[in-house]
Write a protein of this length. Structure first.
Length: 150
């Protein structure tokens, strides 16, 4: 079966540790992204670790549940959707690459099976990924301002 793919990329002036603090804490996603709520099952503080199960509510109707497959601090986060999206074999990866002399390149990608429902949600996921990347870059840039809480 063919695979579908979406991705979004951006660059922030923030260091990878600042971006990681945002990406690796499901409890904070609603403060910077398009989600209305988020957290862990069972409830815990972040950061996300291999085996963590996190959830995110998007709008009123959609709640996705994800399992962290890999977490390489300040570098890479890989997860799969357990339920909530009508997709099969969904695998997403957030990659943070330090830039010289300062800043971080961020790449967020996902692939899943090209089923009928998978094809139906592709366009919406493309929009969501762009929206998430814009929000993440803005939040990281905001956090990177000197004198802000790190």
């Amino acid at each position: 079966m063919s695979q579908l793919h979406v991705e979004a990329e951006g660059v922030t002036g923030a260091d990878p540790e600042v971006v990681w603090a945002l990406v690796a804490d499901a409890n904070s996603y609603s403060s910077w992204g398009p989600w209305s709520d988020g957290g862990y099952q069972p409830a815990s503080e972040g950061p996300s670790r291999k085996g963590s199960v996190q959830w995110f509510r998007y709008g009123r109707r959609t709640t996705s549940v994800e399992e962290i497959l890999e977490a390489d601090e300040s570098r890479r986060l890989v997860y799969t959707v357990v339920r909530g999206l009508p997709v099969r074999n969904y695998r997403a990866e957030v990659t943070l690459t330090p830039m010289s002399p300062k800043g971080t390149s961020v790449r967020w990608t996902a692939t899943w099976d090209g089923t009928f429902m998978g094809r139906m949600v592709r366009r919406r996921l493309q929009q969501v990924y762009r929206q998430v990347m814009t929000a993440l870059i803005a939040a990281a840039d905001h956090e990177a301002v000197p004198g802000r809480r790190k």
